[in-house]
Design a protein around this ligand. Structure first.
Ligand code: ADP
Length: 257
């Protein structure tokens, strides 16, 4: 069972962070990192001070999706705190910027590395820290949720039925930890061509989750070649939410940009 977090437990480097938002999925490849990065840059475009922590140790995507000039994390020689690198004003920390090879680690080691990053990074003052969670709902995810005082969670899914079952698991994990799930992003929902919308994976799984768990927001994100290209070229300036509704995601937990 989850250990309740007491205020004194909050790592020093996170104390000046107002809101910590986990972007989570139970399966890989559904677009979790794409959503996390675009959510962060959308918030930054709206004037917020934002950081991204890529907690996906096995497959860190941040170095591919965002291409900062300085690609290796620095350490403050006095405090020994990790200093995030930065791109377009957004602070970035990823295992992929740690200058190490790909990770072959057992679960407890992964939890240890994540803890180390979370407890020794000096984020400074931030309005939002977006955490790109490792996919799944196992020990690694639980530990992370216990170390970090999460404000809210955003769940990413695709329309297939299997993804729905997995999302339900994610929602249950966060609700056990008393973290509100404020939005579901149904990614790769449809694509547009010949003035028509095509739903290659069927319809309705996102709205089913939202109804079942009383989640306030559902975003349908289409398949867009620009999004994929932006992710592959390290240029994250495409926003998830061109209608400017990102702020609404946060209104229900009393968080404003
Ligand atoms: P995850 O973090 O869930 O593993 P990613 O965000 O890395 O998934 O996305 C997997 C791949 O799919 C990436 O190449 C990404 O660019 C692409 N992708 C994700 N969402 C979309 C979308 N809506 N339209 C086009 N390509 C997408």
């Amino acid at each position: 069972p989850a250990k309740p977090l007491i205020a004194d437990d909050v790592p020093a480097g996170l104390k000046k962070v107002s809101n910590i938002v986990a972007v989570s999925s139970c399966k890989g490849g559904v677009g979790k990192s794409t959503v996390a990065v675009n959510l962060a840059y959308s918030l930054a475009q709206m004037g917020a001070r934002v950081g991204i922590f890529d907690a996906d140790i096995y497959g860190p995507s941040l170095p591919t999706m965002v291409s900062p000039e300085v690609k290796v994390l620095q350490m403050n020689p006095e405090t020994r705190a990790i200093i995030p690198t930065e791109y377009l004003g957004v602070k970035l920390v990823s295992f992929g910027y740690a200058g190490q090879g790909s990770a072959i680690m057992r679960g407890p080691m992964v939890s240890g590395v994540i803890n180390q990053f979370l407890t020794t990074t000096d984020w400074g003052e931030l309005d939002y820290l977006v955490i790109d969670m490792p996919p799944g709902t196992g020990d690694i995810q639980l530990t992370l949720c216990q170390v970090v005082p999460l404000t809210a969670a955003v769940i990413v899914t695709t329309p297939q039925k299997l993804a729905f079952i997995d999302v339900a698991k994610g929602v249950r994990m966060f609700s056990k930890l008393k973290v509100p799930c404020i939005a579901v992003v149904e990614n790769m929902c449809f694509f547009e061509g010949d003035d028509k919308r095509y739903y290659p994976f069927g319809k309705g799984s996102g709205s089913k989750v939202v109804e079942q768990f009383g989640i306030p927001h559902l975003f349908e994100l289409p398949i867009r070649p620009e999004l994929s290209a932006a992710g592959d070229t390290g240029n994250p300036e495409v926003v998830v939410d061109p209608q400017g509704q990102v702020a609404n995601i946060f209104s229900d937990v009393g968080v404003c940009v």
